[in-house]
Ligand binder design. Sequence first.
Ligand code: SF4
Length: 266
Amino acid sequence: MKPASPVPLARPPVATVMTRLARAIEQHRPPAVEKIAQARRDKAFQVLIGTLLSARTQDATTDAASARLFAAAPTPERVASLGVEQIERLIYPVSFYRNKARYVKAAALAILDRFGGRVPGTMEELLTLPGVGRKTANLVLILAFGSHENICVDTHVHRIANRLGWVRTKTPEETEQALYRVAARRWWPHINLYLVVWGQNVCRPIRPRCEACVVSRLCPRVGVSEPASGAGPSVRRRGAPGTSRPVPPGTPPRSARRASASARSR
Ligand code: SF4
């Protein structure tokens, strides 16, 4: 007789999960951009720039880089007056710091030229700024403008919403649209904070700590094949996002470094 196939758990209610996470995240540090939003005076601009810097970068690195940049240049005017190389030096070692330095300067110039020095407060306008996609625009609208109409979906939200079975999606953009349908409006502005903190500390990309998870009895763990067996440090796959070490400012491109190394070994 064929063994009975396991019955998949039903998708846990969003309200139940969010209520449990609201309590559980209190013991963890808030994400870097959340701290910027709590601490800075010119919230919108610094939240925008902090979010640009945070892509594929560890929180502690984003935190330190944002603090250096805003100490030197806290406003769009001051950032626009810096050279790209100065910005590179201030934000290093965030990932892709060369591209990000160009975007930071271009965004500051665009805010001055087209929006009178103030960060615009609509999705349509935010998306016209260099380097700004839906993730950044949604976070700025939530954290700086107090919007309750947006959900910010980054890699953590996308992954955990799928593991919980709330959505079955392939991209963060699809997840954002699906979450508007499955989550009650009251949770929209909180989804990013709760799931990012949970994703950084418990529902990690590799070997999630399901044994330490406050929703483990409810979660269908869609796509999770190897939960962590203990509470040890997370194991990152070689080459996983955020693990490559950036090259310091002034270092020649990789191809030139390889050529020079091979010339030295000849
Ligand atoms: S850690 Fe495990 S149980 Fe918790 S949400 Fe992630 S996959 Fe589900």
